[in-house]
Design a protein around this ligand. Sequence first.
Ligand SMILES: [Mn+2]
Length: 484
Amino acid sequence: MEHNSEQVSDMQKADRLKEQANECFKKQDYVKAIELYTHAIVLNPNSAVLFANRSFAYSKTECFGYALDDASKAIGLDKTYIKAYYRRASAYMALGKTKLALKDYEAVFKAKPNDQDAKLKFNECSKIVRQQAFERAIAVDVVKKAVSETIDVEAITVESSYAGPHLVNGKVTLEFMQELMELYKQQKKLHRKYAMKILLDVEELFKSQPSLIDISIPDDSKFTVCGDIHGQFYDLMNIFKLNGLPSLENPYLFNGDFVDRGSFSVECIFTLFGFKLLYPNHFFMARGNHESQTMNQMYGFEGEVKSKYSAQMAELFTEVYNWLPLCHCLNNRVLAMHGGLFSKDDVTLNDIRVVDRNRQPPEDGIMCELLWSDPQPMRGRSPSKRGVGTQFGPDVTSRFLERNNLDYIIRSHEVKADGYEIAHDGKCITVFSAPNYCDTMGNKGAFITMNGKDMKPNFTTYDAVPHPDVKPMAYANSIMSLFG
Ligand SMILES: [Mn+2]
């Protein structure tokens, strides 16, 4: 009897925790919600509702791998629980596994043939699966001409009414950059002729560079590394205000995820590409997982480019992003990449150098893992919470550094409350430069400065600055709201 009443009270405790978690979820505090659902699941491990709810919270924090696991567990516990199929389907959608998503939507549709929402989602997902099959079929038949070869910049005229900056003999100057940033602060657009020219020139520049870029920082020089920007143009301007504009004396590395989420991604990317062209050997940009077509389709960048410019320019961006370098090695001592380390122990810098990067990020291997992996506190490796890349422990980091004769790694990719995090005995540093990410996370932003002599990382943190009233994800695909 005693055992029984304990069980009852555990169930009641789990219920209360669930209510608290649901409240946190409503307030968009997903991290706290996950913590409370997890607590509740320990007390009541047989509740499909708890797993389905935690799945939803995980997907809100972009942990689609965990979201998928939880939704599957919920289905395992209650095969008639429709919500769990929805949750799993949306995790599959986020992971680009549309055929598996369709199966789940079909299950819901069959169980509830009169439900309009179920019907809509099933139909929309079917359309996407058919469209993808069609695209795959034509991709085999036609060797597509590069978008860059179809654009005749000279033929584009600049109307006399245009009041923004002009390239000087087709080149970016410091004056141009200053005028461009002022123009953007006034929420105006760079002329499409110059936008196209910058894209074509920066593509040529990236094409000429290797997948791993070696940077040497003189002893008494300062070098700055920034993490994710995610379309937060006004916060990017704040970084330059705090730390100085890029220049030959003030070199920068931006470590990927320049775009998506924030609704000023176009402004961010042209500012960054402009500086890349102005200071090609003192301004660096690494590819993040968001510099890819599927991410840009889901998280707003493609919609924003189409809205501010054209579908053709969105295609050109996809082409340019394929040439972004994958990582940077500073003074042969520090390796910086967007995501992290590898599912294998034997990877060398040389293996990275020879990666053929001109493509969409693959689902596994070195290129995928550089862009997608996350560190974990436990030793060894685990399946990724995101469902892409791997999770690597402190022992993995130290073996990699030893093998390649490096001091530490800098990576980005994960929002952190203080804008940065030092893990793995100081050997794995996360830097994230988008404060109050998505206007909801309440985190600080940070950047790292170091000098060439000791390469010791110094951290500067800062809060978000105000931005015009355009919500994050304002240009995101309606698919996201439909399947999210
Ligand atoms: Mn990322």
